[in-house]
Design a protein around this ligand. Structure first.
Ligand SMILES: *[C@@H]1O[C@H](CO)[C@@H](O)[C@H](O)[C@H]1NC(C)=O
Ligand SMILES: *[C@@H]1O[C@H](CO)[C@@H](O)[C@H](O)[C@H]1NC(C)=O
Ligand SMILES: *[C@@H]1O[C@H](CO)[C@@H](O)[C@H](O)[C@H]1NC(C)=O
Ligand SMILES: *[C@@H]1O[C@H](CO)[C@@H](O)[C@H](O)[C@H]1NC(C)=O
Ligand SMILES: *[C@@H]1O[C@H](CO)[C@@H](O)[C@H](O)[C@H]1NC(C)=O
Ligand SMILES: *[C@@H]1O[C@H](CO)[C@@H](O)[C@H](O)[C@H]1NC(C)=O
Ligand SMILES: *[C@@H]1O[C@H](CO)[C@@H](O)[C@H](O)[C@H]1NC(C)=O
Ligand SMILES: *[C@@H]1O[C@H](CO)[C@@H](O)[C@H](O)[C@H]1NC(C)=O
Ligand SMILES: *[C@@H]1O[C@H](CO)[C@@H](O)[C@H](O)[C@H]1NC(C)=O
Ligand SMILES: *[C@@H]1O[C@H](CO)[C@@H](O)[C@H](O)[C@H]1NC(C)=O
Ligand SMILES: *[C@@H]1O[C@H](CO)[C@@H](O)[C@H](O)[C@H]1NC(C)=O
Ligand SMILES: *[C@@H]1O[C@H](CO)[C@@H](O)[C@H](O)[C@H]1NC(C)=O
Length: 794
């Protein structure tokens, strides 16, 4: 201060004034300064009632982070503005300005006060400069500045009447929103200053532009300069290069009332702001606790490839050795519209599909592109209640739909694009982009397995990436394990779109080649029937081979029929429907499908139940495709499960459709009795379940086989018929067993059934039950169980 006075003094003396008048002027000046500060520099916490704020005063947030006060922009000493600034940060860093287009001068006293009936007004004692424009019904309004930097007007119920966060200027603070508030008709968007010295409305804006799926655009007037990409919820860990521990969270709200985007930091002690500067850059700054300066964390647009629509339709921009160049989204399936101009660097024509779409064929499908900035959503349609599967179906069924995607991996949801796709960017970092599915003519679909079921209908079997499935199953975590079926472990997963799946991770021991595997998977996927579990995709990566099935919420049949508590959930009607359903599924495998499929491992654990308790056979086709063939059965793994295994297979390794019929017979008796054929124990004899059924059948006491829990719900003629069919299926001689079409006819028909011959007792009777014949107690049961699980190599 003293240095300034001396310099000023010297200056006055030099300009020709005598010393005494100089000192006089100086004293006047000092008096004014001291007086001014003493009287006016008031720090308020609130403004209410008759309180007011004038030049030099400030309204400070509770812990002093922000202040509302009058300021002069650097390099512009003329004009005075009312704004919100950082209180503890040196210099004037403004985050909000009230009177952007109406600067004030120091000539008149400035007053900020609450006017009746509750409006915050800024006047120069003559005219109204700025007002909060609120219409309050109570006169009792208070202005407060929150520690977030939000200036709010509240009534005496603390209800917010007005807030500065609803009227952003050029800066977005944590917690502030971009987008629309439809109820109040507010648009949240940033508008740059005219220049770095002039807070007046500039021509740059940053905000939501479309009424379709929200995304932000940076515009100069009406011209789009840069597009931020569709909004998504996201958590960025290590959000700043200056503090790798900083976590930033993006939040998106999409409802009828509000569509908004905001961000937050996990540590509120770190200051952060995003400012749209007057030359059209979004600059994101952070200031660490011990920081001396604002650090520029990110500036957008980042590079020339961020230029809006630089590569036109279906083009993507890649920075190669710092030189940008456009390419077609996919050089196999797209070509430049005008090759000549494209090669000379005129990309305005964009790219077109090599094979044009002809919706008539109905055989079109989609190719997936990963890590992309999704195309401009201007002429898109969206529904956040739709799963990715439904999304695909909707897109496929509308000829003008060009692509679909789930815009936000944290939610389900669907965006459909109806025009040429523009402003796509491919990122190198895998966490930046999203997956997009672009419609293609059928001849281009080599990215997914694409096969024809018949002339009209087409089956497309998607290839999933291993990382997608790993994400869906939380890296195959044990808590998602559903079971250990034939050929590998089974996990529950949830795809990004919300679709629940069951993933079978085939054991790595199979040394089948990739093409062989693909062919087998295609064969399996061709098998489609109401009573077969649907295969929805597969994944082949290095030595991983995964099969992805629809998820069955009610798990497998064995979890009901062999469980003393849950068995009551399946009354006779449901059980009979399950029996018929299994028979139909098996019949389809044996006779209706173009391939003749022998299941080889039909058992209660392989019957899954959908939400309506309809049975679906799982694991079909696997034995044929991936199992060891008969001659290897003894050395490696036995295909099939003891207890369901027909004698000819266990003995000679012979398998035919009649072996499945035998397994079906056993399964049928298990469903009726609620008891396992394997390990069945009866106090009076050594027979297994099927042998027991046979002996009481011969004594005319078949009804005794019935599960106690079915006593009330059962329909005795159906029960007797079922048991007899079960016994027919279980006959010793394979040729005596009926085929599945006869089985269905017998089950649902009324006619007289043939009398069954002696069933095969092989496993239960000879191998094991004999060993534990006398000791009928819990211990014997468990010994028995162990014996069996050792026998059962899976
Ligand atoms: C404000 O204006 C009123 C009349 O409009 C005047 O009486 C008063 O002195 C003015 N206040 C100041 C501080 O100039
Ligand atoms: C206040 O509201 C009126 C009408 O509601 C509008 O005409 C005027 O432009 C608004 N003023 C400000 C400063 O927003
Ligand atoms: C304002 O609030 C106070 C109490 O908080 C109350 O006594 C007074 O009547 C209120 N005034 C008006 C105009 O509502
Ligand atoms: C201000 O207060 C808020 C909550 O009261 C707190 O979260 C924040 O860290 C404080 N900021 C500073 C700079 O003290
Ligand atoms: C705006 O931001 C860009 C990028 O950070 C910077 O190069 C430019 O100088 C800034 N312009 C102004 C007027 O501050
Ligand atoms: C392709 O572009 C070149 C150069 O821009 C132009 O001369 C030519 O007519 C264009 N061809 C077509 C088919 O539009
Ligand atoms: C989406 O689902 C929610 C809740 O189930 C419902 O309130 C909303 O209306 C649905 N929106 C649409 C577009 O179907
Ligand atoms: C396809 O989508 C467009 C755009 O939403 C719509 O106008 C048109 O009616 C749809 N066509 C069919 C057949 O659904
Ligand atoms: C449908 O597409 C297939 C494969 O591209 C093609 O071979 C066939 O001729 C097309 N059929 C019609 C009717 O266009
Ligand atoms: C079967 O699954 C559906 C859907 O998850 C559920 O509502 C139903 O209660 C389940 N039934 C039984 C018997 O568990
Ligand atoms: C079974 O395996 C043997 C030896 O690996 C092989 O020679 C034979 O062709 C296989 N049979 C079938 C039907 O795959
Ligand atoms: C099933 O067996 C019946 C009776 O033996 C026979 O008439 C019928 O042709 C067989 N069906 C098939 C598909 O083999």
């Amino acid at each position: 201060m003293s240095l300034v006075i001396i310099i000023f003094l010297l200056f006055l003396i030099k300009s020709g004034l005598d010393v005494s008048s100089c000192i006089c002027i100086l004293f006047l000046l000092l008096f004014y300064l001291l007086h001014f500060h003493k009287i006016h520099a008031v720090k308020l916490n609130t403004i209410s009632g008759s309180q007011f704020m004038t030049n030099g005063d400030s309204l400070v947030s509770p812990n002093g982070t922000f202040k509302l006060g009058f300021f002069q922009p650097a390099g512009n000493s003329e004009n005075i503005y009312l704004g919100i600034l950082y209180n503890k940060v040196p210099g004037t860093t403004t985050v909000w300005v009230a009177n952007r287009n109406h600067p004030l001068t120091a000539a008149s006293p400035l007053v900020l006060k609450i006017d009746y009936p509750g409006v915050l007004v800024l006047t120069n004692n003559v005219t109204l400069i700025w007002s909060s424009n609120t219409t309050s019904t109570s006169g009792n309004v208070t202005a407060k500045l929150h520690d977030t930097g939000n200036l709010v007007l509240v009534d005496f119920h603390d209800k917010v009447m007005w807030q500065s966060f609803d009227y952003p200027t050029d800066t977005l603070l944590p917690g502030m929103k971009l987008g629309n508030d439809y109820l109040r008709g507010i648009v949240w968007r940033l508008t740059s200053w005219k220049s770095s010295q002039d807070p007046a409305l500039g021509e740059m804006t940053w905000g939501r532009d479309t009424q379709s799926y929200p995304e932000s655009k940076l515009k100069q007037g009406e011209v789009v300069k840069f597009r931020g990409g569709p909004w998504k919820n996201q958590r960025i860990i290590g959000a700043s290069q200056f503090d790798r521990n900083l976590i930033m969270t993006f939040s998106v709200i999409i409802t009828d009332k509000e569509v908004s985007f905001s961000y937050n930091l996990d540590r509120t002690s770190i200051l952060s702001r995003v400012t749209l500067n007057s030359s059209g850059h979004l600059e994101s700054f952070v200031r660490l606790e011990d920081g001396k300066n604002w650090q520029l964390a990110l500036s957008l647009p980042m590079d020339v490839c961020d230029t809006y629509n630089i590569c036109s339709d279906y083009g993507i921009c890649k920075l190669d050795r710092l030189q940008q160049s456009c390419r077609c989204l996919d050089e196999k399936t797209f070509v430049p519209r005008n090759k000549t101009s494209w090669e000379t660097g005129d990309w305005s024509g964009g790219c077109v599909r090599r094979t044009p779409l002809d919706c008539k064929n109905g055989s079109e499908g989609f190719i997936k592109y990963s890590n992309v900035k999704l195309p401009e959503t201007k002429s898109s349609w969206f529904n956040m209640n739709m799963s990715l599967e439904e999304c695909e179906v909707n897109c496929l069924n509308n000829c003008t739909c060009m692509a679909y995607a789930n815009p936000d991996a944290t939610l389900q949801g669907c965006v459909l694009w109806f025009n040429e796709l523009i402003d796509i960017r491919v990122y190198s970092a895998s966490n930046e982009g999203q997956d997009m599915f672009v419609r293609m003519a059928s001849s281009e679909l080599d990215g997914s397995l694409h096969i024809s079921k018949n002339k009209e209908e087409d089956i497309k079997l998607p290839l999933f990436s291993f990382s997608t499935i790993a994400t869906a199953t939380a890296s195959f975590s044990t808590k998602n394990k559903l079971g250990e079926g034939g050929f590998g472990l089974v996990f529950k997963g949830v795809l990004e779109g919300g679709l629940e799946i069951a993933v079978k991770r085939l054991s790595k021991t199979s040394n089948q080649g990739v093409n062989e595997f693909k062919n087998e998977v295609i064969c399996i996927s061709k098998l489609q029937h109401r009573n077969l579990v649907k295969l929805i995709g597969c994944c082949i990566e290095e030595d991983e081979k995964l099969l992805i099935y629809e998820y069955m919420p009610n798990k497998s049949l064995d979890s009901f029929i062999f469980d003393r508590e849950r068995c009551v959930l399946l009354d006779w009607r449901k059980r009979f429907n399950i029996i018929i359903g299994i028979a139909r599924g098996l019949h389809y495998l044996h006779h209706d499908s173009r391939l003749r499929i022998i299941h080889r491992d039909l058992k209660a654990g392989n019957i899954l139940l959908d939400a309506n308790m309809n049975p679906k056979i799982s694991d079909f086709g696997l034995a044929r495709s991936f199992g060891d063939n008969g001659s290897q059965a003894n050395t490696q793994r036995v295909v099939g499960t003891y207890g369901y295994m027909p004698p000819e297979y266990a003995r000679d390794g012979l398998f035919s459709i009649k072996s499945d019929v035998f397994s079906f017979g056993v399964l049928l008796l298990e469903i009726v009795s609620g008891k396992k054929n394997r390990g069945f124990i009866h106090p009076e004899h050594d027979n297994n379940l099927i042998g027991h059924a046979w002996s009481i059948y011969n004594e005319g006491r078949s009804m005794e086989l019935l599960d106690d829990s079915l006593a009330e719900s059962c329909h005795p003629p159906e029960v007797l018929r079922s048991i007899q069919v079960g016994l027919l299926c279980g006959q010793q001689n394979a040729d005596d067993r009926p085929n599945m079409s006869s089985v269905i006819t017998m089950l649902v028909g009324e006619g007289v059934l043939p009398k069954p011959k002696q069933p095969a007792f092989f496993i239960g009777g000879n191998l094991v039950v004999a060993n534990v014949s006398s000791g009928v107690n819990e211990q014997a049961r468990s010994i028995n169980g162990v014996t069996f699980s050792e026998l059962d190599a899976r």
